[in-house]
Design a protein around this ligand. Structure first.
Ligand code: TYD
Ligand code: MG
Length: 458
């Protein structure tokens, strides 16, 4: 039987039996092409007919030594990299336009250069004069970083071969142009081919590579997802417009833990690391307010306290609004549903607004209980005590589940002067003796305890 043709979208990998201009799965244009089956010299489709070469197998124990690392000397950056820059590794830094990627990388380039690496910075977006102007503004004009403004990949690779740097920064991958591919810079095939060329060349030559990638409106790296697979480490540089905080988040790291974050502040003289983000995120808190709750979170290996704010108001429309900044909208829907069906607290006919203060984004389910507390507090117009932190995951059944690093969270809260905590039931005694711990197993019990008993369910 003749096999049906197979068409693959190079953006999301979805397959279909016919060609179309737009991928049904991800909506990208001009990304579908036919995937030809592998054919051997006999025309048979099986690989087993012809013998290949034997591959030398090795033991797990016979690993090479840890690859050498260089620290930037900026703790927030080194931690996200997993303890410094690994020799010959490939890193992708994604982020919205204007968020500060070029600023971050120019500052990092200068730091690495100061620590003995030979660094080349290639800008495809700005002229050399523009980058020099930024360097002057950042006070880095004396740094021994080599600079070029270029988009032709062949010329760039030839230059790198001659220069043999330790680190090359490509700003950005969407502006690079490989003359082997017949499409415009920024197109899916150009981005994929350029990233592949640069990464394979650099790995072979022992050069570490940092690629800058733009992010689309939907929050994904523009161009094919395959670039994420080609590199060892994927970092996102994020932040809210109008806030000075910027967060560098590791979403993939072959050389260290993922989900680590580094916190920076954008100032007139570039990015400055923030060593104690909890203190900063909470610094603007005033007296106890209904709808405001302090969540004791953990990002990667570090505890981080932040304020969750909720506002509940009668809705003028039949379809009440559910608006979230800094958290997952789907998760908010779930918490509202659990509050309604397990605790009898209905939000029908009410607009709900939820905001994580400071412009940071929380991804942990451990924030569930703090969000629930903020919602009830706003709805009942009852403020929680200002010396109390909250954390815990809520299940669909309305029980409060344990979360990781409870002790770490409590210690951070204690350090910042909080004296009580509402948290899931701990399996062992937490080492936070001076704190008043309210351990909760059920959401309904929590509601009764904190906001008073409720009469019946809906
Ligand atoms: P940039 O690094 O060009 O962003 P990206 O490369 O991600 O597009 O940063 C641009 C913004 O940063 C711009 O709005 C100005 C601001 N900025 C500062 O606030 N302070 C500084 O010292 C610098 C260099 C930039
Ligand atoms: Mg830039």
């Amino acid at each position: 039987m003749a096999k049906e043709p197979n068409f693959i979208c190079s953006d999301c990998g979805a397959s279909s039996t016919k060609w179309s201009g737009r991928c049904d799965a991800c909506g990208a244009w001009n990304t579908i092409s036919e995937q030809k089956p592998l054919a051997t010299s006999h025309g048979s489709k099986s690989l087993s007919g012809r013998r290949g070469q034997t591959i030398a197998l090795t033991d797990l124990a016979a690993q090479e030594a840890e690859p050498p690392r260089t620290e930037a000397g900026v703790a927030e950056l080194d931690r996200v990299l997993g303890g410094g820059l690994v020799k010959a590794s490939a890193i992708l830094v994604g982020g919205d336009p204007g968020i500060g990627k070029s600023t971050l990388l120019l500052q990092a380039a200068a730091r690495f250069a100061r620590n003995g690496l030979k660094v080349v910075y290639i800008s495809g977006e700005e002229s050399a004069a523009q980058v020099q102007m930024r360097a002057r503004r950042l006070g880095l004009e004396k740094s021994p970083v080599k600079l070029a403004s270029e988009t032709n990949l062949r010329d760039i690779l030839t230059t790198l071969e001659a220069e043999q740097p330790d680190l090359v920064i490509i700003d950005s991958i969407q502006t690079m142009w490989a003359d082997t591919v017949d499409s415009a810079p920024g197109s899916v095939s150009q981005v994929r081919a350029s990233a592949h060329e640069i990464v394979t060349f650099s790995k072979k030559s022992g050069i570490a590579t940092i690629l800058v990638g733009h992010v689309t409106k939907e929050g994904a790296l523009a161009g094919p997802r395959v670039v994420e697979h080609m590199v060892d480490t994927v970092l996102y540089f994020e932040g809210e417009r109008g806030h000075q905080f910027r967060i560098l988040r590791a979403v993939k790291n072959r050389f260290g833990p993922a989900s680590e974050i580094g916190v920076f502040e954008m100032t007139g003289k570039g990015l400055v690391e923030v060593k104690n983000p909890s203190a900063l995120f909470l610094s603007e808190r005033g007296k106890p307010t209904p709808g405001s709750v302090v969540f004791a979170g953990v990002e990667g290996s570090r505890p981080m306290l932040c304020e969750i704010q909720a506002l509940v108001a009668p809705s003028p429309t039949p379809q009440p609004r559910r608006s979230v900044v800094g958290w997952d909208g789907g998760r908010l829907g779930m918490i509202l549903a659990v509050l309604e069906s397990r605790c009898g607290i209905a939000f029908a006919g009410l607009d709900v607004y939820l905001n994580v203060a400071g412009g940071i984004r929380i991804t942990e389910p451990a924030a569930d209980l703090a969000v629930a507390a903020a919602l009830i507090s706003a709805r009942e117009d009852a403020a929680l005590p200002s010396d109390c932190v909250i954390f815990g995951e809520i299940s669909l059944s309305g029980s409060i589940r344990q979360v990781v690093q409870a002790e770490n969270r409590l210690k951070e809260a204690q350090k910042l002067g909080f004296t009580s905590a509402i948290l899931p039931h701990l399996s062992k005694r937490a080492a936070a003796p001076e704190m008043d711990l309210k351990q909760m197993q059920e959401l309904s019990g929590f509601v009764n305890d904190i906001f008073g008993p409720r009469d019946g369910t809906v």
